[in-house]
Design a protein around this ligand. Structure first.
Ligand code: PEP
Ligand code: MN
Length: 345
């Protein structure tokens, strides 16, 4: 439930509404807006009767949020939420930031080469997993803490923001020390304990859609993070399971405008996992920007044929540089702008 205050409501009017909500056993969440303040009632509000709150001074109206996700919905907040992961790297505004880098951090020379290459091509953030959720326990599992230290080194050298995955509660605290944005992978989209943990951390989170998750399930997972007090959440389409063996996943372009209509959170696209095949990545990246994606996540490796993971979908640095040139043109055609970092770190 949302209590919309009159533009003329005083601080004591707002306080009175908060006290009334607390007295009902719910948590009040005041949200000052450009025109007026709204106060959210957080918790399972299905049986709440807000009529006595409606009668309080300064209250304009009560809105019962009809969608199953509350704080994530456009009903809760009409304007886009912007998520700034580092100075100049903001998702959800006019800018379209591009996050790029290898699937996994493999060595110092590999991650530095990747970082310099994607930086030179115009990426604003570096990706690379130090903790890897692999389908097989015998596949490369990532370099762990050492990998995080290498990402930190790459950040110092290039000025790129860092986006990297956390797989469990302990890992989330560790990753939060190194990353500018914590990635929650497709396999963990419904790991509710992990979602609550990152909801308590005051760090931006990038939540990837599960490989067989509906848009509603994605938004409900995001709700777990917001319900713990963290609204700095970026959503990511990364393809869904398909019956068709011609690609690894089916990239759901449709999810971009669908999520943007239902939610105020930024929605970015990962055409690398979304297709799983290198020659499809650039066409789908271009399409995602044209469809209004609030950013991109792209796997780029200095030597994809030697990659420890996801080499088949990783772009060569030159392919990535060519793509970035095309993205600038597409973004400007729809009144947006591919984010850029200042010339030298
Ligand atoms: C990744 O980003 O490398 C990754 C493992 O992605 P996903 O969780 O979407 O499979
Ligand atoms: Mn990968």
């Amino acid at each position: 439930m949302l209590v919309v205050m009159h533009a003329s409501a005083s601080t004591s009017d707002i306080d009175r509404v908060c006290v009334a909500i607390s007295a009902m056993g719910f948590q009040p969440l005041p949200m000052p807006g450009a025109q007026r303040t709204t106060v959210g009632l957080v918790g399972n509000d299905r049986r709440v009767d807000g009529s006595h709150i409606e009668a309080l001074p300064g209250v304009a109206e009560i809105i019962y949020v009809s969608s199953p996700f509350k704080q994530v919905s456009r009903e809760w907040r009409a304007e886009n939420t912007t998520v700034t992961i580092a100075p100049g790297v903001t998702f959800g505004g006019r800018d379209v930031p591009v996050i790029a880098g290898p699937c996994s951090v493999e060595s110092e020379s590999q991650i530095l080469a990747a970082a310099f290459a994607v930086r030179a091509a115009g990426a604003v953030a570096l990706r690379g997993g130090a903790f890897k959720p692999r389908s097989s326990p015998y596949s490369f599992q990532g370099m762990g803490k050492e990998g995080l230290a290498l990402l930190q080194r790459a950040k110092q050298e290039t000025g790129l923001a860092i986006v990297t995955e956390a797989m469990d509660d302990d890992g989330a605290h560790l990753v939060a020390e190194y990353a500018d944005c914590i990635q929650i992978g497709a396999r963990n989209m419904q790991n509710y304990s992990l979602l609550k943990t990152v909801g308590k951390l005051r760090k931006p989170v990038m939540l990837k859609r599960g490989m067989a998750a509906t848009v509603q399930e994605l938004l409900l997972s995001a709700e777990y993070i917001l319900s713990e007090g963290n609204d700095q959440v970026i959503l990511c389409e990364r393809g869904v399971r398909t019956w068709d063996p011609s690609s690894r996943n089916m990239f759901d372009l449709n999810a971009i405008p669908t999520v943007q209509k239902l939610s105020h959170l930024p929605m970015i696209a990962d055409p690398s996992h979304g297709t799983g095949v290198r020659d499809r990545v650039s066409p789908m990246a271009r399409a995602a920007v044209a469809a209004g994606a609030d950013g991109l996540l792209i796997e780029v490796h200095p030597d994809p044929n030697k990659a420890f993971s996801d080499g088949a979908q990783s772009l060569f640095p030159q392919q990535f540089a060519d793509l970035m040139g095309e993205l600038h043109a597409i973004a400007s055609a729809i009144g947006r702008h591919v984010a850029v970092l200042p010339a030298t770190p």
